[in-house]
Design a protein around this ligand. Structure first.
Ligand code: ADP
Ligand code: ZN
Ligand code: MG
Length: 489
């Protein structure tokens, strides 16, 4: 492997979260009964005329700007002709020669980035973006696969006409991990922008990978293989690892590769040939005659740019500077905008950003993961978690008791104060109340008292343990130590 280098470029499709489709007023809702959100335009009936959805254009512009692209003042929609049962028009409306945006880039961590949970600062690497263009999605073919009965195919055209952007990277990616990181960053940015839910299972984020290998140091690229059917981040990485090994093995065997499209087969954990270049489609692109060219004025572009939210990279940087978080923690807490917002609210309420980070990352995300929930579905509000962390800081409860209170908060609704009051969990910091318990414990342990007085310091822990047991963990530890010393010597 040392002598070979992989070259990878990704083509990513992102469904835009507009309410209506890109060329008609039909709803884009996922999961509605098949073929209920359709009209003559998205069914491709003759004579129906498309009208470009402005909201889709703005979302695409947001994405392009966040990806550091240059927006073209003038771009065109074009017909890409091919036949497929889920493509009722017989062509897709896409952009070809003059896309909406070009010449962007995306920064990913180099070999020591936060994804590797490393303490060393990340080396940033720039991945060029060739273009971002607008297009419409096809419908969905559904095949039922009963082995013995006749196989039927169905088509659901609800998705037909959903707005998409295609984001094409330059061949700048050099490893499966880098491809994974690139997609991770890309998804984060889309989520922060709110232009897509990027749900891979529902197909709102889709990725095709182009990969070749070349001798390390060579200038020319090798033969490009396109890999499709990558339905998760993990599959992307696995498929690339497999494909790189396969290509190297073929070349080392003295063979040659032909440009082709292959499919990742999850069951067999390998890629299988689908079509070679000779069978590649000739799409016969031509400008869409039913739509005007897309003109983006400078003012429009500036208006969209001014509305961009703080992006993940900038927010990570601010979390480090403003809250003193480690790079890794800042990375985890900015994975999504709702999570970053949640964290900032907790930090604001408790006034201790580091403690807030620990609670959000550890206890809260742990509980949410276990329940298969998203931060937006958290039963503990940021306000309540912030109050819990504040109570620990104020010494009203111990860190250990706080875990118990948190468990109860997960059931939902109650404030930490309510739970502490109802369960009698408040920390005992009243010296006279504690003194009684200390005296009782000492009286009940003459042997340990003797040991302590003989110089065995470790017995102190035994006494602390007994007092904690007697107070169900509610005794103020500092006060307990102070009182024990007073009464034992
Ligand atoms: P096509 O004309 O087949 O669509 P493009 O040149 O437009 O090919 O590239 C499509 C994708 O493939 C881009 O993401 C690009 O970065 C990537 N790519 C191009 N050439 C190679 C190569 N030799 N090896 C790996 N990826 C490549
Ligand atoms: Zn429609
Ligand atoms: Mg191309």
């Amino acid at each position: 492997m040392a002598e070979w280098e992989a070259v990878i470029g990704l083509e990513v499709h992102v469904q835009l979260q507009t309410r209506s489709k890109i060329f008609c007023a039909c709803s884009t809702r996922f999961g509605d009964p098949p073929n209920t959100n359709v009209c003559p335009v998205c069914l491709g009936l003759p004579g129906a005329l498309p009208v470009l959805n402005q909201a889709a254009v703005e979302m695409a512009m947001k994405a392009a700007l966040a990806l550091n692209c240059r927006i073209n003042r003038f771009s065109r929609l074009a017909r890409k002709n091919y036949f497929y049962p889920d493509l009722p028009k017989g062509y897709q409306i896409s952009q070809y020669e003059q896309p909406l945006a070009e010449h962007g880039y995306l920064m990913v961590e180099g070999p020591a980035g936060p994804n590797r949970a490393s303490e060393t600062p990340a080396v940033q690497k720039r991945i060029g973006l060739t273009r971002v263009h607008l297009e419409d999605d096809a419908g969905k073919s559904i095949h039922d696969g009963f082995a013995d009965s006749a196989r039927n195919s169905y088509v659901d055209l609800n998705r037909s006409g959903t707005p998409l952007i295609e984001i094409v990277s330059d061949p700048d990616i050099r490893s499966p991990q880098e491809a994974y990181d690139y997609l991770t960053r890309l998804k984060e940015i889309m989520l922060f922008l709110g232009v897509s839910d990027c749900n891979m299972e529902e197909g709102s984020l889709r990725c095709d990978a182009n990969v070749s290998v070349r001798p390390r140091g060579a200038e020319r690229f090798g033969v490009k293989i396109e890999v499709k059917n990558l339905n998760s981040f993990r599959f992307l990485k696995q498929a690339l690892e497999y494909e790189i090994d396969r290509q190297i093995a073929a070349l080392e065997d003295g063979g040659t590769l032909t440009q082709e499209t292959r499919l990742w087969n999850t069951d067999e954990q390998r890629t299988l040939g689908m079509r070679t270049k000779e069978f590649a489609h000739d799409y016969r692109y031509f400008p869409e005659p039913d739509l005007m060219p897309l003109i983006v004025s400078e003012e429009w572009e500036e208006r969209v740019r001014a509305g961009l939210p703080e992006l993940p990279e900038a927010r990570r940087e601010r979390f480090r500077a403003q809250y003193g978080l480690r790079e890794y923690d800042a990375g985890v807490l900015t994975v999504s905008r709702p999570l970053a917002d949640y964290y900032e609210e907790v930090a604001g309420v408790c006034g201790d950003p580091r403690a807030a980070a620990n609670w959000v990352q550890g206890d809260l995300l742990g509980a949410l993961n276990a329940a298969g929930k998203d931060i937006t579905e958290s039963t503990v509000s940021a306000q309540h978690l912030g109050e819990l962390v504040r109570l620990i800081g104020e010494g009203a409860i111990s860190g250990k008791i706080a875990k118990t209170v948190f468990e109860k908060m997960l059931a939902g609704g109650q404030t930490p104060q309510e739970i502490i009051a109802a369960e009698g969990l408040a920390q005992i910091s009243d010296a006279s109340a504690l003194e009684k318990v200390v005296a009782e414990v000492i009286a009940a342990s003459p042997k340990q008292v003797e040991q302590f007085r003989a110089g065995k310091q470790e017995v102190l822990r035994y006494f602390v343990g007994q007092i904690m047991k007697a107070t169900r963990g509610r005794a103020n530890p500092a006060l307990v130590n102070q009182l024990l010393k007073k009464h034992l010597v």
